[in-house]
Design a protein around this ligand. Structure first.
Ligand code: CA
Ligand code: CA
Length: 99
């Protein structure tokens, strides 16, 4: 009984694993490790037919519903991250005083 509650789909460990999987790759609705256009149809099917892929819970509310679709669209249409400037090894000379 205890182990069933701990390990079952609604158990503590199950809930923790679902949360960890969802956090790993948000938007990966088909659980292939990538977030791309293939996740849209996979999420749509998951909403109607269900899925074993916990990552289909894109908005992280613990359920797979139509509310996950706009979040997936936002992820798919977000601009790519920009590069972070890296300091150069050459120091910038101080400004020359003017008279
Ligand atoms: Ca995917
Ligand atoms: Ca959700």
């Amino acid at each position: 009984m205890f182990y069933a509650r701990l390990l079952g789909a609604g158990g503590l460990l199950g809930a923790a694993l679902v949360a960890m999987a969802a956090a790993a790759v948000p938007g990966d609705a088909n659980c292939d490790g990538r977030v791309n256009a293939a996740d849209g149809p996979a999420l749509t099917l998951a909403v109607f037919d269900g899925t074993t892929c916990a990552r289909a819970d894109v908005n992280g509310d613990g359920r797979i519903t139509a509310a996950d679709l706009p979040r997936l669209v936002a992820i798919l249409t977000a601009p790519p991250p920009t590069a972070t400037p890296v300091p150069t090894a050459t120091p910038t000379p101080p400004p020359t005083p003017t008279r």
